[in-house]
Ligand binder design. Structure first.
Ligand SMILES: *Cc1c(COP(=O)(O)O)cnc(C)c1O
Length: 422
């Protein structure tokens, strides 16, 4: 039995009782021509801008204006160590130890750097296992690594597919793949939360399975970071990568994050691409020394990082530190559960939610299949003031984000959908 209720009054009540409701005011909410808030459901694609971001970036612009190169050491937040200001809050967001986490580069770049270190193919064990509907960038990256090592990309990619007539990947099938082909698979690389279906995988279970069969296991957590409790350290995964412009609200194209499990922190025998930022911090500026590998995830850095982008990430992470992932995921389950309830109350035979109904197997996103619909539905939603995402052939993805979306957002979204489908 559901504890949710239909009607606007219930949504208003939920917003009044929501301990995180005030955070909405700390974001810029896009508006329509009349100045009314749009119903923004695409925080899974580009998170909204915290109002504080401007001040964080402004601080660095001011220090640069006033100090020039001296800002590296004399800025209010010295740029030389700026990335360290992000490490603790980022590790709390993804459930890792500080030594395991670094903010650097962008997601796909980090994925390649991780494969440099952790994809070590041999003639017998060279395949890479991904989920069948993996995000295109991940698929292209994996295929190019296979080609780079001289393997055929068609033969080298093993797909974890949903069964015929189903949308969600099934763990038994993964077990079967690993039992039958495990000794040919070098790397298991799965999207921690699938971008299309919204399925949140059991990272620990997949890691254990992969490791049992001698595979390295990594995750792309682009749709997980800031959305679900990833517990990366406990998962035992070898590595993970993510971006910060989706649920972590750091602005378009901002830097990505990277996790490398503690057990690899001091391993100097891993293949790596290196640069001066991978070198021991104490002696980096002597500039003459033999290369001295920095321990932990920091040791995978190459370059001195873009401070303005890091300032935007810091503005957002400070807010995440204030709220904490526990409260955030608690509200998220309420809000998405309410969304699911309202969709089911529509009782429309053409509508099917692809995303798992178990709250532990999803984040805030629901992927909704509307049979016989086409892109016109998406245009109609946009016209009605709903910013959502359309995936061909017939899927709308909506992500009510607990930091800034309200129960009333969800209520009005479903009302508008009803109106359009009438
Ligand atoms: C968003 C996303 C990307 C984007 O990669 P960039 O390198 O940041 O452009 C890659 N993979 C997944 C799974 C994503 O969701």
């Amino acid at each position: 039995m559901s504890h949710y209720k239909i009607g606007l009054e219930y949504a208003q009540q939920q917003d009044e009782n929501d301990p995180l409701a005030t955070f909405r005011d700390r974001f810029h909410i896009p508006k329509d021509k009349e100045g009314t808030d749009l119903i923004y459901m695409t925080g899974n694609s580009l998170g909204l801008q915290p109002k504080a971001t401007k001040a964080y970036i402004h601080q660095e612009l001011e220090d640069w204006a006033n100090l020039g190169v001296e800002g590296h050491t004399e800025a209010k937040n010295p740029w030389l160590h700026y990335h360290e200001l992000l490490t603790e809050s980022m590790s709390n967001v993804v459930g890792a130890k500080p030594i395991e986490v670094i903010v650097m580069n962008t997601l796909t770049v980090n994925l390649h750097l991780m494969m440099v270190s952790f994809y070590k193919p041999t003639p017998k064990r060279y395949k890479i296992l991904i989920e069948a509907d993996a995000f295109p960038s991940d698929k292209y990256a994996v295929e190019s690594q296979l080609r780079y090592h001289g393997f055929d990309e068609k033969e080298g990619v093993v797909l974890w597919k949903a069964r015929k007539g189903e949308e969600l990947a099934n763990y038994e099938d993964l077990e079967t793949i690993l039992e039958t082909q495990g000794d040919e698979i070098a790397l298991v690389m799965i999207g921690g939360v699938n971008y299309y279906t919204g399925q949140f995988f059991d990272l620990k279970r997949i890691t254990q399975l992969g490791h049992q069969h001698g595979c390295v296991v990594g995750f792309d957590c682009a749709h997980g970071a800031g959305n679900v409790a990833l517990n990366l350290h406990d998962s035992g995964a070898d590595f993970a990568v993510w971006c910060t412009y989706k649920y972590l609200n750091s602005g378009p194209g901002s830097l990505g994050g990277c996790f490398i499990h503690e057990r690899h922190a001091h391993n100097k025998n891993l293949n790596r691409f290196t640069g001066w930022w991978s070198h021991n911090k104490e002696t980096r500026f002597k500039m003459r020394d033999e290369f001295d590998q920095l321990a932990g995830a920091e040791g995978w850095q190459l370059s001195n990082p873009p401070i303005l982008s890091m300032a935007a990430i810091r503005a957002s992470l400070d807010m995440f530190a204030e709220v904490g992932m526990d409260k955030l995921t608690k509200k998220s389950k309420q809000l998405t559960g309410y969304f699911e309830f309202l969709i089911e109350e529509m009782n429309n035979a053409n509508i099917k939610i692809m995303t798992p109904s178990n709250p532990e197997e999803r984040g805030c996103q629901l992927s909704i299949q509307v049979k016989n619909a086409d892109k016109k539905l998406h245009h109609q939603l946009t016209e009605a003031g709903v910013i959502s995402d359309w995936r061909e052939p017939d899927v709308i993805r909506c992500a009510p984000v607990p930091l800034y979306n309200s129960f009333q957002d969800v209520y009005y979204l479903v009302e508008k959908l009803k109106e359009i489908l009438k």
